[in-house]
Design a protein around this ligand. Structure first.
Ligand code: PA5
Length: 326
């Protein structure tokens, strides 16, 4: 078995280590007028998780922005907390947004395994939390998510709930493997479309990204209810395999399911667990991401590509760095 697949199979342990790993004492933000979570790709997905927790559970009285860009929205500045997440700590877009945030007087904090992000923040005495090395950014999702939520809580952003409960709330390994098998069987041919309701939009994005990077294939992420007003028509008479992450208790889910049953030739409905609390949301997000990650690695292996290697991302990063530093 490949070590990359092993990496995904070891997420239960990775979650436990992340929950138990101590956070250094950090300064609390004096005020929080808003939160922006900055990061790209496998690190940027943490922003989607944080936003959904904030929008649906946390009871915060301020806005949360997810920034996957070199620039921050104009309204992010003094009084805002900016959390930068980058597994390598060297991603150009993230570092550019951090410089901008510091320049605007925001309270900046970061999560990485090291790199320039650690250096920049440490040199300014700003909060930074380390995550374990040795993974690809996307296979470090548990560490990145849990470290980010712990750091946010420590600086005074009340999001994430009781993270110590996450390990016991994860799905059993057999359940995860069974979902991975079903996903793999569904996406065997064609461009896979991953559909989720707004609350779980991060899952659809995450699944798309995993099939792009590990499977080296095009894939689509679609978010309902907007899905029902445009994407849905693309399924009429087409062969796209559809995977729907079904949110229990949301009427939109019933409508999506009915339409898929009538119009999609190949689809899979994955019933999500009801997430009443933030830690239940985090655990379900990690479990389903693990299943999709395993399926995407096996999909790549089936196509005889190296799931871990991402030559085109490396070239993109190299050229962007050269152009930005010119
Ligand atoms: O999963 C991946 O490998 C990528 O999507 C990276 O996360 C992305 O390129 C950003 O790099 P980093 O996570 O190191 O900031």
């Amino acid at each position: 078995m490949s070590s990359f697949l092993q990496d995904y199979l070891g997420w239960g342990e990775q979650v436990r280590r992340a929950v138990e790993s101590p956070l250094e004492r950090v300064t609390r933000a004096k005020e929080v007028k808003g939160l922006a979570v900055v990061g790209m790709g496998g690190s940027g997905i943490v922003g989607d998780v944080v936003r959904s927790l904030a929008a649906n559970y946390a009871g915060l009285s301020y806005p949360v922005e997810v920034v996957k860009d070199t620039h921050l929205p104009q309204w992010v500045g003094e009084g805002w907390v900016v959390l930068a997440v980058s597994y390598s700590g060297n991603t150009v877009e993230t570092l550019a947004a951090v410089e901008e945030a510091i320049g605007r007087g925001a309270f900046v904090a970061g999560v990485s395994s090291g790199g320039a992000l650690k250096e920049v923040l440490s040199s300014k005495g700003l909060p930074w939390a380390g995550v374990e090395g040795g993974h690809a950014p996307r296979s470090a999702l548990p560490s990145l998510t849990i470290a980010s939520l712990k750091l946010l809580q420590a600086i005074g952003v009340g999001v994430g709930g009781d993270l110590s409960r996450v390990p016991s709330l994860l799905r059993r390994a057999e359940e995860v493997m069974e979902i991975a098998d079903r996903v793999l069987a569904t996406v065997s041919k064609g461009v896979p479309a991953f559909i989720a309701t707004s609350r779980w939009s991060g899952l659809a994005i995450r699944a798309k990204n995993e099939f792009n990077e590990n499977g080296k294939t095009l894939a689509a992420a679609m978010i309902a209810p907007e899905w029902g007003h445009n994407d849905v028509v693309g399924f009429e008479g087409s062969e796209f395999p559809a995977i729907f992450f079904k949110e229990p208790g949301n009427p939109v889910s019933e409508a999506v399911e009915a339409v898929l049953k009538q119009f999609s030739k190949k689809h899979l409905i994955i019933e999500l667990r009801r997430a009443e609390t933030q830690e239940e949301y985090v655990a379900e997000f990690i479990s389903i991401s693990q299943a999709v990650g395993i399926a995407s690695v096996r999909y790549g292996q089936g196509r005889r590509v190296d799931p871990r290697e991402t030559a085109s991302i490396n070239l993109y990063k190299k050229v962007l760095k050269e152009v930005i530093n010119r």
